[in-house]
Design a protein around this ligand. Structure first.
Ligand SMILES: Cc1ncc(C[n+]2csc(CCOP(=O)(O)OP(=O)(O)O)c2C)c(N)n1
Length: 310
């Protein structure tokens, strides 16, 4: 585990900003990928397909865990909500993992344009995690298997550490909730360590989640009943996240509460998929998209000449 100080906190914040930007660029843009000139209707993809709402939380969890275990080759991040694929793709691109299997996905402007243009595009990348994605086991956005898969990966490998992000809607699946029982069976010195993180953003597709509607006490007691120690992470600030990770508790189960759609033009169920429906034809929506993209100040994080600046 790394010490995480001011420099690392700043790096986490910048990483999240860059990945959030790349999510929005993948979802909406077919040109002008760094918003270097005024956005026009021609810059917008004709068919908008994908999921925004879960992506900021994925980027937050990914950046925080990656920073903590930066030099540990035994660390892996398992992602349950595969519909948040643009966030996964952004992180894999940034880490150079995508380029290892697809040389077109270079960590420079060509690679950035390649992943953005080809997201959710005919003959390009699908809108969900797929066999094209390095490390993906379960096709598409099929929810529920992340924790079970992670326990399987850790089986007989005491050196391994896996952080597992589970959606609160995902936790409503029979597979996910019953996977919590694996802690009892598989927490031994001959198996690796599992660090579950529940992404409690309160919503799934068009309505609220059961776990989002529970009181903190009710949810904590449920988690305790499976033998885990619940650790709350309120919001998306890395200082708060890292403080939670430093708590010395037995079998931690992190509960990260974010607002679904944080950073975008709307929230909750309205943010689940594409939060702006007609930026290709509606001036107001185009303007809202431009403001949204500009809010990340991508020029500070990536340059056409020098590539990634963080
Ligand atoms: C097994 C399964 N059932 C249903 C779906 C359809 N589905 C796609 S996203 C989603 C909501 C997921 O909610 P949550 O896990 O809370 O993720 P988030 O709210 O962060 O998007 C559902 C039910 C699915 N992908 N897999």
């Amino acid at each position: 585990m790394n010490a995480v100080g001011i420099v690392e906190i700043e790096r986490i914040k910048k990483r999240v900003r860059l990945c959030d930007y790349l999510v929005v660029a993948q979802l909406f843009l077919q040109d002008n990928f760094l918003t270097e000139r005024e956005l026009t209707f021609d810059d917008i993809k004709a068919r908008l397909l994908g999921h925004w709402g879960t992506c900021h939380g994925i980027n937050v969890a990914y950046a925080n865990m990656k920073e903590l275990f930066r030099d540990d080759e035994n660390f892996s991040f398992a992602l349950g909500p595969g519909h948040g694929f643009p966030a996964l793709q952004a992180n894999l691109w940034l880490d150079g993992e995508l380029e290892k299997v697809d040389p077109m996905a270079s960590r420079d402007i060509d690679g950035l344009e390649y992943i953005c243009r080809n997201f959710s595009w005919p003959d390009g990348f699908p809108s969900h995690a797929s066999p094209y994605t390095p490390g993906v086991i379960t096709e598409g956005g099929e929810l529920g298997y992340a924790l079970a898969n992670a326990y399987g990966v850790a089986l007989g490998h005491p050196e391994k550490i896996l952080a597992v992000l589970i959606g609160d809607g995902e936790l409503e699946t029979a597979t996910a909730i019953d996977s919590l029982n694996l802690r009892n069976l598989l927490t031994t010195s001959s198996n690796g360590r599992i660090l579950p993180i529940l992404h409690l953003n309160g919503y799934k597709i068009s309505g609220p989640t059961i776990y989002g509607r529970k009181s903190e006490r009710e949810l904590s007691e449920l988690i305790r009943g499976f033998g885990f120690t619940p650790v709350m992470i309120e919001g998306d600030e890395p200082e708060v996240f890292q403080e939670a990770l430093q708590k010395a508790v037995d079998s931690p189960f992190y509960i990260m509460r974010t607002e679904k759609g944080e950073g975008g033009p709307n929230r909750h169920q309205d943010a689940h998929q594409i939060p702006l429906k007609n930026p290709k034809t509606d001036e107001e929506e185009l303007h809202a998209l431009e403001e949204w993209l500009k809010s990340y100040d991508v020029g500070e994080l990536f340059s056409r000449e020098e590539g990634v600046l963080i």
